[in-house]
Design a protein around this ligand. Sequence first.
Ligand code: FAD
Length: 394
Amino acid sequence: MATGGENKDGDIPLAVVGGGLVGSLQALYLARRGYKVLLFESRDDIRKSDSWVGRSINLALSFRGREALRAVGCEEEALSFAIPMYGRMIHSLNGKMSSQAYSAEGKAIYSIDRLKLNQLLLNSAEAHPNITLCFEHKLLRADLGKQSLTFKNPEGEKEVSVGFTFGCDGAFSTVRRQLMRWDRLNYSQEYIQHGYKELHMPPDSQGEYAMPPNYLHIWPRQEFMMIALPNPDQTFTLTLFMPFKVFDSIETEEDLLSFFMKHFPDSIEKIGGDRLVEDYFKNPTGSLVSIKCYPYYLNCSTVLLGDAAHAVVPFYGQGMNAGMEDCLVFDECLENVTKSGGGLENLGSAAKSYSEMRWRDGHAIAELSMYNYIEMRSHVNSRLYLIRKSIDDI
Ligand code: FAD
């Protein structure tokens, strides 16, 4: 177990704001260094729920995320409910499927349930004696000079004094907003013209997967695309990415079925016409935003990790993975400074070097994610790409 932390300074706890994938992991990293941590989450405890309300149901977990989970002893359990995907499966308009392996050595990325992964991290956090979970605590504002955070909870407003604040509260981070008011923090955000909608593919009539399960399925259609990731219960979660104007043009059942017949004909029978109609009109259309900022820290008080620092569009499958890697990188920075002693002042030094090491990576992953949207919906299907890919694979 890593050591060298200890809050010192009168044992004031550290605050991690946001109990999502990155916040709950960051709390674990800090706790194993000996820090006392308060983990604040605006929602109720998601472990009481068996379905996910919000963004994507499942995610692609790759090497960066796995490495970060491994260091806190959560990788093995996470992989026990994840499904390996060894490559892409491209669905042509004529129904032909062709696979493209991710690596010549048979390496995989993993389809993982967002809710289960978050529950696993919260369970691990709760089991750690240094972490206190505070659900239904929504950060309203922060006095970063005094290190005083104000939360709204079911009893009203509550002010909490903390030793250091970790902003892991996602793309629309309140911590980041407070930081922006406090000092020179550059910030930009861009909504893309495309939104997304999740659909569901049930098992086939034999109770088996309706398509080969160990692939990330893609229906690239130039201006838009659909993808599917497998779930452990023999189903797939499909995500349809399209310009909002195309979503808006589909108003009736007939519009939808003829649209699918034209662009994704092989998927209709597998999803089931009724189910497709029900899910399409019931499920929300989400928007996609890319956020960059710099720096990621404020002196001896605050640091941003995960989407709070760098929200990216999901086409590179790296938002969560990069956020988890933030925790690993921050921990390495902390390791370097704790060699000279423990205490809260280390956190400021670690935050500074983390920010300097990390912001270019954050900006790069945002650019790569934008690029990969074009790659996934268009280039994967092009003749040139397939020729180049088969040469690469030899
Ligand atoms: P979040 O998941 O947003 O968690 C933030 C938490 O903070 C939430 O629990 C929220 O309730 C809480 N919170 C917010 N405000 C406050 C407040 N004021 N006070 C207290 N708590 C607060 N990434 C991948 O790596 N692979 C993928 O395959 C992938 N697919 C995706 C598909 C889609 C459609 C989308 C939209 C994203 C996808 N991502 C993927 C990105 C991934 O979802 C995010 O990068 C990841 O969720 C970021 O985690 P986070 O903990 O930083 O933020």
